[in-house]
Design a protein around this ligand. Sequence first.
Ligand code: SF4
Length: 395
Amino acid sequence: MNPNSEFSAELALPPLSVYVHLPWCVRKCPYCDFNSHEARGDIPDDRYVAALLADLENDLPRVWGRPVHSVFFGGGTPSLFSAAAIGRIIDGLRSRLNLVPGAEITLEANPGTVEHDCFEAYRDAGINRVSLGAQSFDDEALRRIGRIHGASEIDRAVESLHRAGLANFNLDLMFGLPGQTVAAAVEDVDRALAHDPAHVSHYQLTLEPNTAFHARPPRLPGESACWAMQEQAADRLQAAGFGQYEISAWARSGAECRHNLNYWRYGDYLGIGAGAHGKVTLPAEGVVMRGSKQRHPRAYLEALDTGRWLAETRAVPAAERVFEFFLNQLRLRDGVRATDFGPRTGLPWSAAEEAVEAAIGKGLLEWSGQRLIPTGTGWRFVNETQALFLPGDPA
Ligand code: SF4
């Protein structure tokens, strides 16, 4: 189907999520470009929890009454915060927001920071999904990428998850690690699957600017080896009953990450915490707002006294809204929901038409009902498809 002007171009409220950023780590990994900071001494957890709730209060007028479908504690290493501190944050969210029953509440955890009984306490605090940063089961590979844990800590953490009844957990795995062979990368997937996760994130190590690895690049496997790792991992995951719903994300049916899906489908999210980004649609004003909070934990904590939580806020211009709408949906196996375009961008379909036609013309996208899905080629070359939607580069 080729849609047209019958699609609404009126902004409407998309689902709302909340992202909570906890910025400290035991040690900075050499490949990491996240807003994470080595914890020197004790984390000021009481003050930080107070800051998060004050930050949230400041954001509330923009989202009054809206149901919240998911909460994600990311970092940094959120599992450096005690279950009691996480519980205080969740209670604070519940008392200020309309958190729907059964909302997905995810905690990112580092296998090197969780004690044996911890997951039961996090579960009791309200966590119902855990994303465990395993990365690899090869101790030497973990050492080379600067992780603070070994394979035995992952095994213990997963046992603890199962004991706590937290079956809805993700294992993060990286491939293309320094010195890694294809067989070793596949072995990582097999060991992950042996732990019976509900979800596996499988992504390639990349050298990002402003990281230690970027300054002193390690020797990484070549392109064809990485492609073989990806293909063989896909075979293993498929055979184990996992579906690839996003380029790097695999899940058992029904265990797809609701929080990430909302983000990828251009939903709204409040971002609270140091450097957290947010996106909020304001239909009455006809704008989509983006903002980010004070980035450094010190500056963020100072906002408790100054009230200056925001580092930046702006209305997203029309051409960027087109790009943003397509950017992440093009990474989804079930593609782009064309009927969402108008309500989520406030723009007529004609604003996207030229780029869409170019992508179809190049054999990268095709229509399936009211969705645009990547073809086999489009799935392999997502970056090329995304580039067609860049502002000012329609074809
Ligand atoms: S544990 Fe995660 S957030 Fe912390 S430095 Fe390593 S990759 Fe970055």
